[in-house]
Ligand binder design. Structure first.
Ligand SMILES: Cc1cc2nc3c(=O)[nH]c(=O)nc-3n(C[C@H](O)[C@H](O)[C@H](O)COP(=O)(O)OP(=O)(O)OC[C@H]3O[C@@H](n4cnc5c(N)ncnc54)[C@H](O)[C@@H]3O)c2cc1C
Length: 459
């Protein structure tokens, strides 16, 4: 069993398949392998590396120390382990991301040379990509019709755990996990913790989720994105517990966004780094040599717009950011600073504990207006209006921006309107939002050869 983004023992069809095949045509023993692939590991940010270490440690404990860790190129590692164990088959949960798919095909070819099949069973999704299509077989590019067909398609019940834990077999010594010095405190990891987190959510924040999920000042969402990223919990396990009430329904829809973006990326792999709607690549984005300073201010949470800065600081300090604020900071980078979304997506991937290529690249593109969003490109988030609506007492801003703690309540959203707003050296606004909004509209329309629309359309 080659574990990747499925670090759990329950609801695990690929693991079940490995156990079953070892019972049917082997000696009943299973090797549990995790390969640390330098091409993936070295590229990841330290928060993600550290969380992976914690999750692997938890998985290893749950199998009495029998998880085999091996470093190196996946082709070499798999061949070495298969030969050393005399394994008759290798089992995986299918990966649909561009790198993972190519890696699996390359490994499959190597294994075929020694007559060992690579067997794909299950995936990290309730409904795997390529299954939910339009009537004519083409992929969806708009969420709502995808969601309807996804609901109609339905999903299987969670896979039952094998009643007998296999005798794990270690044909080679396990290598130590890499040393990682993460600057942030890593949340508890592992399958047991993921199930606990979900249980607590079902008993607390799900009540009111429909209303509260947009409020970064509240603990109104599940934080399951991190366990889902590592496969410590399967979405089927989550969906099975949901009922037909409004809160549960809204939550189910959010889980579906993850599946939708996986589908979009699987059917348009180039959209990992390029706009799905390729005409936006021709937009007059600023050049790297011109925006380095501006990008740095955004990354460090020093733009002078409190809600943007609070989000960027939350990301750096905790490895997570609230969804509403992800949209606000993304809109700010693209539409106030005129920087290509790819630079923001890269920064997110370096710092997010839930960094997931499909949700990240497409979350960015949705906000930039060059991806799957069916709404017009001239939707430009106004950071002040967003802050007042979704952080109505400025508690979120106060939590992450100590320089504004002397400003009571919502005054913290507008330090420029307060006589003592800059008492504690909070930076002044780096741009004028309304001017940059006009500039974005000008560039969008110029790139399409259209007349410039200037009437207000702010959110
Ligand atoms: C610019 C941008 C970048 C993003 N990057 C990522 C990323 O790298 N990894 C990631 O998991 N999510 C990403 N998201 C989506 C979303 O912000 C997170 O999934 C959510 O904030 C996670 O918190 P939660 O688990 O408490 O969410 P909940 O509100 O509790 O939602 C439950 C689950 O539904 C899924 N979900 C919810 N909203 C979305 C969404 N908009 N898109 C996709 N899945 C969703 C997640 O799996 C989440 O765990 C991004 C969104 C934006 C706007």
């Amino acid at each position: 069993m080659w574990f990747r983004r499925d670090l759990r023992l329950h609801d695990h069809p690929a693991l079940n398949a490995a156990i079953e095949s070892s019972l049917n045509d082997g000696d009943g023993q299973v090797v549990a392998l995790f390969n640390i692939d330098p091409q993936v590991f070295d590229d990841a940010g330290t928060p993600l590396q550290a969380y992976q270490n914690a999750s692997l440690t938890a998985l290893n404990e749950s199998m009495n120390g029998k998880l085999l860790i091996r470093y190196g190129d996946p082709k070499d590692v798999l061949l070495e382990v298969v030969k050393a164990s005399n394994a008759k088959s290798v089992h995986i949960s299918e990966d649909f991301e561009p790198y993972g798919r190519a890696r699996d095909i390359a490994v499959e070819k190597e294994l075929a040379k020694i007559n060992v099949p690579l067997i794909r069973t299950g995936s990290p999704y309730a409904v795997a990509p390529f299954r939910v299509t339009k009537d004519d077989g083409t992929p969806y590019r708009v969420f709502t019709p995808f969601y309807r067909t996804w609901l109609k398609h339905g999903w299987r019940k969670p896979a039952q755990k094998f009643n007998k834990t296999p005798p794990w077999f270690m044909p080679l010594p396990s290598q130590a996990l890499p040393q990682v010095n993460s600057e942030i405190e890593i949340p508890k990891a592992g399958e047991t913790n993921a199930l606990d987190l979900f249980d607590k959510f079902l008993n607390s924040a799900i009540h009111g989720y429909d209303q509260n999920r947009n409020r970064p000042d509240l603990n109104g969402t599940s934080k399951l994105s991190i366990p889902l990223r590592f496969g410590e919990i399967h979405p089927r396990t989550i969906l099975m517990e949901l009922n037909e009430t409004k809160d549960h329904d809204t939550f189910r829809k959010e889980v579906c966004w993850r599946e939708f973006y996986a589908e979009v990326l699987a059917t348009a792999p180039e959209s990992e780094t390029k706009s799905l709607d390729q005409k936006w690549e021709l937009m007059g984005w600023d050049q790297e040599e011109d925006f380095a300073e501006r990008l740095k201010k955004w990354q460090e949470g020093k733009t002078g717009f409190p809600i943007v800065d609070a989000g960027m600081r939350q990301l750096k300090q905790t490895g997570w950011m609230h969804n509403r604020v992800r949209m606000i900071v993304a809109s700010f980078l693209v539409k106030d600073l005129h920087i290509h979304w790819r630079h923001g997506a890269d920064w997110f991937m370096k710092h997010l504990l839930d960094g997931d290529i499909a949700s990240n690249s497409h979350g960015w593109q949705w906000t930039a207006g060059c991806g799957t969003d069916a709404s017009p490109y001239y939707r430009i988030f106004n950071p002040m209006m967003q802050a007042e609506k979704f952080d109505p007492n400025a508690e979120y801003v106060h939590k992450f921006i100590p320089e504004l703690n002397h400003l009571a309540g919502i005054k913290a959203h507008t330090p420029w309107e307060q006589p003592d707003g800059y008492l504690n050296n909070y930076p002044t606004r780096m741009v004028d939002h309304s001017q940059e909004r006009e500039e974005t509209l000008r560039r969008y329309q110029a790139s399409k050869g259209e007349k410039v629309i200037t009437e207000k359309f702010s959110q």
